[in-house]
Design a protein around this ligand. Structure first.
Ligand code: CDP
Ligand code: MG
Length: 739
């Protein structure tokens, strides 16, 4: 029997073409795929009780179930008719019925675990109850609510400010990296990413301005959430009046309770309608094509009164799938009812986020393309069909090589069950799993692995050390990270100069913590301003680092097309980003310049905002002054300057270097047996080598390593002189010296 993993691997193999035709490889499969919608070509799904094309599943139920269903439905209808205002709709949420019980449980316990169905009102309502019951004592204290994802923090804050009828950013605000929408002395309810609250420990280790902290979506077990739980456990005794709420899906509740000295678990019973689960009969090799097929299968065979939620793994996949669906819909024209396609992923620009909550117009079906953000963090009303390929993107860190890869891996059973549940909120729903029942029962892991055991811990270790927590082995971790990962982190931090040889945090290490970016980038900026071999290029490095931080695409359409307008002789992605930013700045940050050069104006505005914040941080730390002292008047991007920029980058990312070998580019660093990698075809260097026939660079520094059908490196700069490696980071490149 072919397992799903095998099917996936075969599909990857089919895609993995030899070097000669590498051009083809990054054309997403869904683009190559000519889709002809044909009823005979539909995917066969199996289901224990019924056939999806037969819409009469209600008949196969026993009458008691049916009655209960109808009861629920009519109850809901009656309730919904009563909704006139947003404040009334609050009273319809399941948590409202338990308001008093909940509030007295909170009063009696310092820590409380709250378990409830997604959409029952935990995130939006509980913090409001706390405000209503006076926990903030006017504006004296704050209520802080953490979210694993930026989009969730923003969208929930916006919803709650509506419900409370206040302007977002005043009484109710949010705080995410590079975007703080709160007002000092006024904001009492603050939604934020878990990473932001973590940073607040640096300024205020007892979190003294908070009356209550709610760690939301704790079951997601992000690294930041896990560390927060440990830090909070540490301060609970000192802050006896601090209330801690932890909201979780059922799966982890007991574990959290045990961690907080067996604190009580409050269960909010929710309403959930039954969901019919359908599986494919065969493993699907290409889940994107299967998903697109299923979208049209549902759209053309199922009644129009239910929207579709399709789970995908990331932005690129979502955008490609969206194009594919739109293209087919266009071909089918008015032979099918209209489709409204709305994407949602972590980096979706704010201006598009509200779209998913839009009410679906008449005679139209909404198709929501979401990452696992829609698994529990966001509730979209009206979903009746869920399509689940059963994959998720996960960090995977290999301590022996020090490399982090983003991998697409099968979800856990807990995740796919949660996803299926999203179909049963407004009424009975259906979930189409693009894998077999056998696979569900035998191949899937029961639970996802917490991030702390599969990610690089350098940032976390640096943060803990700067908080004075030096005994890492005895820190209360919910799940202990691997010792090898901790050791590797200490080693990394030592290489960066954040720790001294005794493992103590250095001045530079403390400085790195102040930056709202990874220590590696902070090191780049620090070197650009102060390192005797690189100083004087802080301004340029600020622009580059800010451009690298913006994760949505800078280009309108294809990068290659866009860039050919701007430059002809640029050697690296970094210098391309710098040139774009500087030209835009010279054009007075103009919108027209962006249009003329096929650059996303809004994206550059965000880059500018990031840059301003990083620059302010440099001012504060005295780096700007030190840089100015070193500046030699330079015109254009001459070689000296490019060299200095490259050296600054080496100082921050010494392990992200690949070397040309007879079999291709190979990762180096201390670990033996490097990994063979390929230049991503979108890279300027790839284009130079491939199209302009430039000679291959011996060493290249990359910013991103990704694994799709092959290992790719992205955002690359050639290292023109290999001596730089030894000069800047001798600890790593000792071996190169004599050669
Ligand atoms: O946190 P939990 O999953 O328990 O529920 P919630 O996020 O507080 O959502 C409660 C209700 O608010 C749901 O019915 C959502 O549809 C609605 N909501 C919304 O309309 N817009 C948002 N941005 C967030 C929630
Ligand atoms: Mg929630």
């Amino acid at each position: 029997r072919r397992t799903r993993q095998q099917a996936w691997e075969e599909h990857q193999l089919e895609n993995a073409v030899s070097k000669e035709n590498i051009d083809e490889i990054y054309v997403p499969d869904s683009e190559k795929y000519e889709f002809v919608f044909d009823k005979n070509a539909m995917i066969d799904f199996t289901n224990d009780s019924d056939d999806m094309l037969d819409d009469s599943d209600a008949e196969s139920e026993d009458s008691a179930e049916k009655e209960e269903r109808n009861n629920l439905l009519s109850q809901l209808e009656v309730e919904e008719k009563r909704i006139k205002t947003i404040s009334e709709s609050r009273k319809l949420l399941p948590v409202f019925a338990y308001r008093d019980e909940l509030m007295s449980a909170i009063k009696e316990n310092q820590a409380l675990i709250i378990v409830g169905e997604t959409g029952s009102g935990k995130t939006t309502q509980l913090p409001q109850y706390l405000v209503e019951d006076g926990y903030t004592q006017g504006t004296k204290f704050q209520i802080g609510v953490t979210q694993p994802r930026r989009v969730a923090a923003m969208s929930v804050a916006s919803r709650v400010s509506d419900e409370m009828n206040v302007i977002l950013g005043q009484e109710v605000g949010y705080s995410i990296r590079f975007d703080d929408k709160t007002t000092a002395n006024k904001t009492i309810l603050k939604y934020m990413t878990d990473g932001m609250l973590l940073r607040e420990f640096l300024i205020d280790p007892l979190l003294s301005k908070y009356a209550c902290i709610m760690i939301d979506e704790a079951h997601e077990r992000t690294l930041a959430t896990d560390i927060l739980l440990g830090l909070l456990k540490n301060i609970m005794e000192k802050r006896t009046e601090l209330k801690l709420l932890i909201s979780s899906a059922t799966v982890n509740a007991k574990k959290f309770s045990k961690f907080f000295n067996d604190c009580p678990i409050f269960n909010v019973p929710g309403r959930r309608f039954p969901v019919d689960i359908h599986y494919t009969l065969q493993p699907e090799g290409n889940y994107i094509n299967a998903a697109v097929t299923t979208v049209f299968q549902i759209h053309t065979t199922q009644s129009l009164d239910g929207d579709v939620l399709l789970f995908l793994t990331g932005q690129e996949e979502i955008e490609n799938t969206r194009e594919k669906i739109e293209e087919i819909a266009l071909k089918l024209g008015n032979r099918i009812p209209q489709l409204l396609i709305t994407p949602i992923y972590a980096n979706l620009p704010q201006e598009q986020q509200a779209d998913i909550f839009q009410k679906t117009p008449e005679n139209c079906r909404k198709i929501v393309l979401a990452t696992n953000i829609a698994e529990t963090s966001l509730t979209i009303d009206g979903i009746k069909y869920v399509i689940d390929p059963g994959f998720v993107k996960e960090n995977s860190y290999v301590p022996s090589t020090g490399m982090t890869q983003l991998l697409t891996v099968p979800c856990s059973r807990a995740s796919v069950d949660q996803r299926a549940g999203r179909a049963g909120r407004v009424g009975p729903g259906k979930c189409f799993r693009l894998f077999t029942k056998h696979s569900y029962e035998n191949d899937l892991e029961a639970m996802p692995r917490p991030e702390i055991v599969r990610t690089n811990l350098s940032n976390t270790v640096l943060l803990l050390l700067s908080l004075g927590i030096t005994d890492l082995l005895h820190f209360p971790f919910l799940d202990k990270p691997h010792i090898s990962t901790l050791t590797k982190s200490l080693e990394n931090l030592y290489i960066l100069g954040a720790l001294n040889s005794k493992g103590q945090i250095t001045e530079l290490g403390k400085m790195m913590c102040e930056f709202p970016c990874e220590p590696e980038f902070a090191k780049v900026l620090h070197s650009a301003a102060t390192h005797p071999q690189c100083n004087g290029v802080l301004d340029q490095c600020l622009s580059i680092v800010s451009m690298l931080h913006e994760t949505t695409s800078i280009f309108v359409g294809n990068k290659k097309e866009a860039t050919s307008h701007i430059v002809s002789d640029i050697d690296s992605d970094h210098m391309l980003y710098l040139t774009i930013y500087e030209e835009w700045r010279a054009a007075n940050y103009s919108r027209t310049w962006c249009q003329d050069h096929r650059i996303q104006f809004k994206t550059l505005l965000r880059v500018r905002n990031i840059r301003n914040q990083l620059a302010r941080c440099c001012d504060k730390l005295g780096l700007t002054k030190r840089n100015q002292a070193a500046i030699v008047q330079q015109a254009g991007h001459d070689n000296v300057m490019v060299g200095k920029i490259t050296k600054s980058l080496i100082s921050g990312f010494p392990l992200n270097v690949v070397k040309l070998t007879p079999s291709g580019y190979q990762t180096i660093g201390k670990a033996k047996g490097g990994l063979l990698v390929n230049l991503h075809p979108s890279s300027v260097i790839f284009q130079n080598q491939k199209e302009k026939g430039k000679k291959l660079d011996k060493y290249i520094l990359y910013q991103q390593l990704m694994l799709t059908s092959k290992e790719f490196i992205r955002d690359c700069i050639p290292i023109q002189n290999e001596k730089w490696l030894f000069e800047i980071v001798p600890q790593v490149f000792n071996g190169i010296k004599g050669k």
